[in-house]
Design a protein around this ligand. Structure first.
Ligand code: ZN
Length: 354
């Protein structure tokens, strides 16, 4: 009975799942989502799992059933990872869809692949995998998009997790907020929530009660960055004030928090609201010569594109007077590699359908 699952060999019997999970609490779940297994030391760590979780939370809120078919979520999952997955080399939800089953919640598991025993049996019979299964874990064999589709794999939260979330929408919002705060700059939160169908309900909840303890940001960072840049957008020089209050100049992080981006001036840029969003979405980047780069993906009407983006292409940004305060080239390079949209997107269907 044990040992079927590659990541949960210790306490993974049916017994512990059915009994232990009866006591699953909201605290257990918050803890589980705060500690998703993510390989931060990988060459290109990516927020695939949090994005997959947000997608699944949105579906629960809509009243969907517990298991999701891979073929149903491949499209929305891929476009979500393409847009917010930090230039992932493989913008496909196949890995989080399967690997979330290695995460725990309380005494049991967070996620499961439906009919896992049956799928393993089929892998043993399938000529394409029959021999490999002797040496490779079944999870590694099933996780490719083509095999997930070929075997009609479905996955989702385990029953105790699903039922706890289904009966507690407030908990869904708490988890969503915490994942976003941990993983993404704030400028992206509303867009991501809208994409997974958590936006309107979450806004309402935020207004009704102050349920969510937001991750404290360092208030000094904002002030120090704005002072260093003279309350002026580094890209377009926008610096409008109302009396003494700056209208829409913000302190942006170049390297994201979740990817070891410090709250230091040399990881910051003062930017107007538009260019802050543009930086966090990868519409603009800054090269090693401190010149503005504009993504080829930027589009819109000709005048707006010219006025807000193209005329700054190649222009040196406005820099702090103090050389130590200028952007650290390592952080700029991280941003160009992971966030800036330079590469042409891959076609969605990168492999033949089964
Ligand atoms: Zn600007």
């Amino acid at each position: 009975m044990n040992d079927r699952h590659p990541f949960s060999k210790k306490s993974d019997s049916k017994k512990s799942d059915s009994k232990g999970d009866l006591g699953l609490t909201a605290e257990d779940l918050l803890h589980a989502f705060d500690h998703l297994r993510q390989n931060r030391s990988a060459k290109r760590p990516s927020p695939h799992k949090p994005l997959m979780v947000l997608l699944a939370l949105g579906r629960i809120l809509r009243g969907d059933r517990r298991f999701m078919a891979y073929s149903d979520i491949q499209g929305p999952g891929t476009s979500l990872i393409e847009d917010y997955g930090l230039n992932a080399r493989q913008p496909d939800p196949c890995l989080p869809f399967t690997h979330l089953s290695g995460d725990r919640a309380g005494q049991g598991r967070l996620w499961e692949i439906r009919d896992w025993d049956e799928i393993q049996r089929r892998l043993k019979e399938d000529p394409a995998t029959r021999e490999k299964i002797e040496h490779q874990s079944p999870l590694m064999l099933i996780r490719s998009p083509s095999r997930l589709k070929k075997h009609d794999v479905e996955a989702g939260f385990t029953a105790p997790v699903y039922h706890l979330l289904k009966g507690n929408h407030r908990l869904i919002f708490q988890i969503a907020r915490r994942l976003l705060d941990k993983e993404f700059p704030e400028t992206l939160h509303a867009d991501i929530l809208a994409r997974v169908g958590l936006d309107e309900a979450l806004d309402e909840m935020d207004h009704r009660e102050a349920i969510v303890k937001r991750r404290p940001r360092d208030p000094r960072f904002r002030e120090e960055v704005l002072v260093a840049y003279g309350y002026r957008c580094a890209v377009c020089d926008y610096n409008i004030r109302l009396g003494n209050t700056s209208l829409g100049v913000e302190a942006a992080h170049i390297r994201w928090h979740a990817y070891r981006g410090p709250d230091r001036i040399d990881n910051g840029l003062a930017l107007c609201t538009i260019h802050h969003r543009a930086l966090d979405n990868g519409a603009i980047g800054i090269d090693e010569g401190m010149r503005v780069m504009v993504s080829d993906h930027v589009n819109g009407d000709r005048d707006s594109c010219e006025r807000y983006f193209h005329r700054f292409r190649g222009k040196e940004i406005h820099l702090p007077y103090n050389a130590d305060d200028r952007p650290d080239p390592d952080h700029l390079e991280w941003h160009l590699d992971r966030v800036f949209r330079s590469r042409r997107r891959r076609p969605l269907a990168s492999e033949p359908l089964p």
